[in-house]
Design a protein around this ligand. Structure first.
Ligand code: 13P
Length: 249
């Protein structure tokens, strides 16, 4: 059985005080669904967020990490550093990392390897741009992103991977993929996994949708059979909205 997950990607938002406030507001919410809840604050607030949610049903996760173990990589954070403060899950390959920080399938494959070597869980993001979809190339783009970064792995590694389909044109734009577009792509992703790793890996894979998920559209998107949760940006910065999405399952 695959899991339901709703993860809030806070991106480069919230200093320490706002982080404290948002976490205390999140703790006041009631979860009525079976979804695992995760939040990804920025690096400087990870430790505080981790400490202050120890007793709660909220996992604190990282937004990124470097592939090297340590060394002369000014400004970067390693898997070991994340593990040393208790972080067990990392988002890799977000489209903003790919677009603004030149992350490629090749560098992401290295990051995935490093995270797995540290027994971390990876939320691996990918998705096509608007021009790809307009040209009818969305499946090819997504297939290549998955194959290039993940298909060197053994089947057993996929127990530690969650996939997040985030069409770039739907991120922060208010434009969402229709529930049917999300379902079609998620089914295609599952088929792609099945072709290489077989039915069990494909059926057990948790596939999240990300891109302008809001309280008003979450229920419909999550009702689709291949959509197992969401990676939430803007709406994750408001505790009530975020839990309305968590409880949409
Ligand atoms: P929005 O929900 O703000 O569109 O962001 C989605 C996202 O990028 C989550 O990682």
């Amino acid at each position: 059985m695959r899991k339901h997950i709703v993860a809030g990607n806070w991106k480069m938002n919230n200093g320490l005080i706002q982080t404290e406030t948002l976490i205390s507001e999140l703790k006041q919410q009631t979860k009525t669904s079976d979804a695992e809840v995760m939040i990804a604050p920025t690096f400087t607030n990870l430790w505080h967020a981790f400490e202050s949610t120890r007793q709660d049903d909220i996992e604190v996760i990282a937004q990124n990490m470097h592939f090297a173990e340590h060394g002369a990589y000014t400004g970067e954070i390693s898997a070991g550093m994340l593990k040393s403060i208790g972080i067990k899950t990392v988002i890799l390959g977000h489209s903003e990392r790919r677009a603004y920080f030149n992350e490629t399938d090749e560098s992401l494959a290295k990051k995935v390897n490093t995270a797995l070597a540290h027994n971390m869980r990876v939320i691996f993001c990918f998705g096509e741009e608007l021009s790809d979809r307009k040209a009818g190339n969305e499946e090819t783009v997504v297939e290549n992103q998955i194959k290039n970064a993940l298909f060197h792995l053994e089947a057993s590694a996929f127990k530690h991977i969650v996939l997040a389909y985030e069409p770039v044109w739907a991120i922060g734009t208010g434009e969402t993929a229709s529930p049917e577009q999300a379902q079609d792509m998620h089914a295609f992703i599952r088929k792609t996994l099945k072709s290489k790793y077989g039915e069990t890996v494909a059926n057990d894979m948790t596939i999240l949708y990300g891109g302008s998920v809001k309280p008003g559209n979450a229920k419909e998107i999550f009702s689709k059979p291949d959509v197992d949760g969401g990676l939430i940006g803007g709406a994750a910065l408001n505790a009530e909205d975020f839990y309305a999405i968590v409880n949409a399952f």
